[in-house]
Ligand binder design. Structure first.
Ligand code: CA
Length: 388
């Protein structure tokens, strides 16, 4: 990439305030909702071995691992990069001429279709500019040698964007071929509670963009609402529980147990036409029936940027825990959930301050994690393994 482009992106990244910090300051007395901050971190995590899979990147957002062992990432400002099964690394060509890059929006979530070995289908969620400016899920196929992605269609479009702030966008491909899409509210006051808007939601769609079976409104892709900026989606192994991770305002990053039709209670429209971030992340007073978070960070946010479950004996007592990539507080946070999945019993932090801001966490079949850094320059895809 051109050095000039690197500088522009880096300076934009530096110019942004701490992500998702409320512009209206600390919460009012209404902002007492949310959890107590959860359990304090404990020092029981196994040692973590870290190696570099890809480096020299700029804001690699998501990362996926293919059945052949290829590891694919995409930089937020554009450009796919792969580590191939033969050990070679490099760019993967793709037509991204329409990519809308602004603030937190650009090339974001990536997912492989469950039939990837046959179909070679890759999904991305990305900003788009053309006749309209929006965020959309795009489908691609990739050649067996991992040299080029070919665009095959638009799965769903019309996810709102304005400045690019709060653009989501996390993809989770399910074994049945459907997709969950975690979206951002585009920092617009009425979007999270507007059932007709695709922003501030978790969507559930089929591979052709139709509402998935089981959605609360069979004619709508909306699965759940009242979200601020869904950054992580993960299904707990051994259960069918779907969890969402979102970033708080000036407080209360949240982990939510997602259910069809549930409202997660963010309603930043108290003042006309103002995106009012002094409201609680979950507001049962102004959103009757709002579902409280399973875990929230309490008064001090971390900037939770992703979520995945780790598995394997090497993780010890943390086998089966939910891990989150953390931007502002530069670490991984591991949470152990109660048996009923409704609360968190233990927390441990890893890689504290060692690699700067962390974005996505993607489990590999061997139990290790792929982690993307989010520092704006000299970013990496890391492999993180529990030390034997
Ligand atoms: Ca909430």
């Amino acid at each position: 990439m051109a050095a000039a482009a690197s500088l522009v992106t880096a300076s934009l990244a530096c110019a942004q305030p701490a992500p998702d910090t409320g512009s209206l300051g600390a919460g009012s007395s209404d902002a007492d909702g949310g959890g107590p901050g959860g359990p304090e971190p404990e020092d029981t995590l196994p040692g973590l071995d870290v190696s570099t899979v890809l480096d020299g990147l700029e804001n690699p957002w998501d990362v996926v691992v293919a059945p052949d062992g290829a590891i694919l990432t995409g930089q937020r400002s554009g450009g796919f990069v792969v580590s191939r099964p033969d050990g070679s690394t490099g760019p993967v060509e793709a037509d991204l001429q329409d990519l809308f890059v602004a603030s937190e929006t650009g090339l974001m979530g990536i997912a492989l279709a469950p039939d990837f070995e046959d179909s070679r289908t890759v999904y991305t969620c990305q900003g788009h500019q053309g006749d309209v400016t929006d965020i959309r899920v795009v489908s691609w196929t990739v050649d067996p040698e991992w040299t080029a992605l070919t665009r095959t269609g638009t799965v769903i479009d019309g996810l709102p964007t304005a400045s690019g702030r709060h653009g989501g966008c996390r993809l989770l491909a399910m074994p049945d071929g459907t997709l969950f899409v975690g979206t951002g509210d585009s920092a617009s006051p009425t979007v999270p509670q507007d059932p007709a808007s695709l922003g501030g939601k978790v969507l559930h769609i089929t591979a052709d963009g139709a509402p998935a079976p089981g959605n609360p409104d069979p004619a709508s892709p909306v699965y759940s609402l009242g979200h601020r900026n869904v950054q992580g989606l993960a299904v707990q192994p051994g259960t069918d529980r779907l969890y969402g991770v979102e970033q708080g305002t000036s407080r209360d990053d949240e982990v939510n147990l997602l259910r069809a039709g549930a409202n997660y209670g963010y309603r930043p429209d108290r003042l006309p036409f103002v995106y009012d971030e002094s409201v609680p992340m979950t507001d049962p007073v102004r959103v009757p029936g709002a579902v409280e978070a399973v875990w929230s960070s309490g008064p001090s946010t971390l900037a939770t940027a992703s979520g995945a479950f780790v598995t394997g004996d090497a993780w010890g007592e943390w086998d089966g825990s939910l891990v989150m990539g953390i931007q502002e507080e530069s670490r991984l946070v591991f949470l152990r959930l109660a048996e009923d999945g409704e609360s968190v019993t233990h927390r441990a932090d890893g890689l504290v301050g060692e690699h700067g801001r962390l974005r996505s966490v993607t489990p590999q079949p061997d139990g290790s994690l792929l982690v993307t850094t989010d520092n704006g320059e000299n970013d990496s895809v890391l492999r993180v393994s529990p030390a034997g």
